[in-house]
Design a protein around this ligand. Structure first.
Ligand code: GLA
Length: 729
């Protein structure tokens, strides 16, 4: 395992438990080529795959077919402007306006563990869990050094990549594109899998055949977005949930991104991922460096299940941090859908009183507690308690909630400023805008220019003061609009192209500072629901609100797409009111509870107003959460049936690490008349162990459950759900 270098052949090999990644240096000029990524190989003697002996594509000095070589060679980190016409991974512009560059191998270093990425979230590991390879390349004409970092994990089938660019010349140059990963493979007729969505419809899976040319998913909305997700996978034509090849990339970043696959004229595929080049232009002065974010690469020969397991294991062990990394989260009740802006201390306390009797453990006060915020059209930025609504301030309210034996959490949207706010009236230039152009409003708000130190300091001072003013144990950090009118009153003309990225770095710096000052805080990120559900945010918050759509049936597809990559412990999921506030659907209270159980679990309704019948079910759901949450959070997740594909029912399973228990969730979306029972095959059990369903007498062997399966009877009515708890017999 780890990283090896074959000095004679000039080949680097990275190994994880079941995969190998191989790259090599070719020719005396030092071209760096991608040789192999796939199932683990014993040896690294596969350099023939670079096809450097196939005329006219040979890497000899500038001969008549030099361009053909450039345009066909599987570059490990391709540049543009000298003959490779496929998408480059890096672009620059010199002071003289030239854009050509070429990176040639210079040196390497192999390190135990994994260096942190300055200012950026990234996966981490020590010498026992990973090894890092640094390959140094340079363009001596531009005066640019590029360090390519690769980390191979020994406890997850993952290779991470990142890039650092340094100006080693005498003049500044502009980085106009810097992807974090790229590799070229032969095209094996792949399908492309991505996660597409919209507000309240995040992360729906989309699979389509890969054709010639460029296909990509991207965001230049300033955040990872509801619409596309910083994830891309290439799947063999016959790849299924359980079998076949998958090559996946996921970006540890929360801003603009592009994830791309390009099929060339020679039937090769170039897969790449990085910061979106749209409006990106970073000035690098001599000796300055730019650190690009991290890409997580996964190869699985066990279909999507193998890919999901690799991501889940990595993120659980090597990305999520802090107090709640391995801890059960308090069951919360959030007042947003219960009251919207119409609340005061009395109303919140009456909800808390009822909730505490039912076993709910934390009250979260959502939007509307500050400034003159009685609707969503004003006051963002005025982070001062509205004492008309909350007489006695936060400390009185929080003390009263604490007296009920409950924790208290608060909503904030620190990155924003309303045009109608005291803050904007005092500092109109603090909003992101192009001077002279009226900036576009969205939800009647602007985004703060977090590239300015005084703005960050103001925001942080407010966050810190609020958190110190009472016993606040949870923050829901929201971000409710995307960026437009990219302009900073502070940055010089040739640094305006840095604003998008500086903004993301500032969000990370703010959350980092907050978590350092308040290390016991439970942070839940949110962005108009799940528009910033990405590994970057997971580095700061162990959970993220999945979607503003909490309808149990809509959630099936949203949670399926989210759990394709992210552990169940990260998915903010609540039981919400009915008819549902987003789609108007009426679903049984039990079903809402069972679906929310696959995430962090909580309530988003007014417990004082729902029917007694539903309210009486809450203590049972609370008990169910306490009984199963360790398993849900720590176990291995498997998808057994997908409603998004069969349009009838959904089914997933979580198996404990020691395979002594499993929880199967079955949701029958639509009932069917005159229908036989369904056969369901389990996954991930120990074939030699014996199991029974808790409360039933029949004993099944693990292999029977996985290969012959069980029968599930039809349930009466639509939107029905059922839990089956398998325990070792
Ligand atoms: C966003 C969030 C909601 C709620 C509102 C408050 O839409 O996703 O959960 O907090 O903001 O304005």
């Amino acid at each position: 395992m780890g990283v090896t270098y074959d000095e004679k052949e000039r080949i680097f090999k990275l190994d994880t438990p079941n995969t190998s990644y191989i790259l090599g240096v070719v020719d005396e000029e030092g071209f760096l080529g991608h040789i192999y990524y796939g199932k683990k190989l014993k040896n690294s003697n596969v350099s023939y795959l670079l096809r450097t002996q196939e005329p006219p594509f040979v890497p000899s000095k500038n001969n008549r077919e030099r361009c053909s070589f450039y345009d066909r060679f599987p570059f490990e980190y391709p540049t543009g402007g000298v003959g490779d016409y496929r998408e480059s991974a890096i672009s620059i512009r010199t002071q003289k306006g030239h854009v050509a560059s070429q990176l040639l191998y210079k040196d390497y270093e192999i390190m135990d563990g994994k260096p942190a990425l300055e200012g950026l979230p990234a996966t981490f590991g020590d010498k026992d869990s990973c090894t890092t390879l640094k390959v140094i390349c340079e363009d001596s004409i531009v005066g640019m050094q590029v360090e390519l970092f690769y980390t191979a994990f020994s406890d997850a089938d993952v290779i991470t990549r990142s890039v650092r660019v340094t100006n080693t010349g005498k003049e500044a140059f502009y980085l106009t594109k810097v992807f974090s990963a790229s590799f070229d493979m032969d095209n094996e007729e792949y399908d492309m899998l991505s996660l597409h969505g919209s507000w309240a419809r995040e992360r729906h899976m989309q699979r389509k055949p890969l054709g010639y040319g460029i296909q990509n998913v991207s965001s230049f909305r300033g955040e990872s977005s509801h619409q596309d997700h910083p994830f891309l996978a290439l799947l063999g034509k016959h790849t299924t949930q359980e079998t076949g090849d998958v090559y996946a990339m996921n970006f540890v970043y929360s801003g603009n991104f592009r994830a791309q696959a390009e099929v060339s004229q020679f039937d090769s595929v170039r897969m790449s991922m990085g910061i979106h080049p749209e409006n990106f232009c970073w000035k690098l002065e001599p000796q300055e460096s730019f650190q690009a974010p991290e890409v997580v690469c996964v190869y699985s020969d066990k279909g999507l299940d193998g890919m999901t397991t690799a991501f889940h294991h990595l993120y659980k062990k090597h990305l999520i941090r802090g107090e709640y990394k391995d801890k059960k989260r308090p069951i919360l009740i959030n007042n947003w859908e219960a009251t919207y802006f119409d609340f005061d201390t009395g109303k919140l306390l009456s909800i808390a009183k009822e909730a505490s009797k039912l076993g709910i453990e934390m009250l979260v006060m959502d939007d509307g507690w500050f400034g003159k915020r009685n609707s969503d059209n004003c006051a963002l930025g005025d982070w001062f308690v509205n004492e008309e609504k909350l007489p006695g301030g936060l400390s009185y309210l929080v003390d009263e909630v604490n007296k009920l034996g409950m924790k208290f959490g608060i909503w904030m949207e620190p990155e924003m400023i309303s045009p109608d706010s005291e803050l904007y009236r005092a500092h109109p230039d603090w909003a992101i805008a192009v001077p002279g152009r009226t900036a576009t409003e969205s939800r009647q708000q602007y985004v703060l220019d977090l590239s300015r130190k005084e703005v960050i300091d103001y925001v942080y001072e407010r966050i810190s003061a609020i958190l110190k003013s009472a016993n606040i144990e949870y923050v829901k950090w929201d971000m409710n609009r995307q960026l437009t009118d990219i302009g900073s009153y502070d940055l010089p003309a040739d640094r305006q192209g840095e604003l998008y990225h500086r903004y993301v770095l500032a969000v990370y710096a703010l959350q980092d500072r907050m978590m350092k000052e308040f290390p016991k805080l439970l942070l839940e990120n949110c962005s108009g629901g799940g528009a910033r559900f990405d590994p970057g945010m997971l580095y700061y918050s162990p959970q993220i609100w999945c979607s503003d759509d909490a309808d149990a049936i809509e959630r099936l597809e949203i949670q399926e797409g989210t759990a394709l990559i992210y552990p169940l412990s990260t998915m903010g999921a609540h039981v919400s009111d009915c008819p549902n506030h987003t789609v108007g659907r009426v679903t049984p209270f039990e079903t809402r509870g069972i679906v929310a159980l696959a995430g962090t679990f909580g309530y988003e309704l007014d417990v004082t107003k729902i029917s007694k019948e539903d309210r009486d079910k809450i203590p049972e759901q609370v008990a169910m959460y306490h009984k199963y949450n360790d398993l849900v959070r720590q176990g291995d997740y498997y998808r057994l049936a997908s409603y998004s594909q069969n349009h009838k029912f959904d089914c997933w399973e979580v198996v404990s690490e020691d395979k002594t228990e499993a929880l199967v969730t079955f949701v029958q979306v639509m009932n069917r008349a005159n229908f036989k029972s369904r056969r369901l095959l389990l996954k991930g059990l120990d074939a030699d162990k014996y199991y029974k369903i808790e409360g039933e007498a029949t004993v099944y062997s693990g292999d029977t459950l996985m290969h012959a399966g069980i029968l599930l009877q039809n349930m009466w009515g639509d939107f029905q759900a059922k839990l089956l708890h398998f325990v070792e017999a």
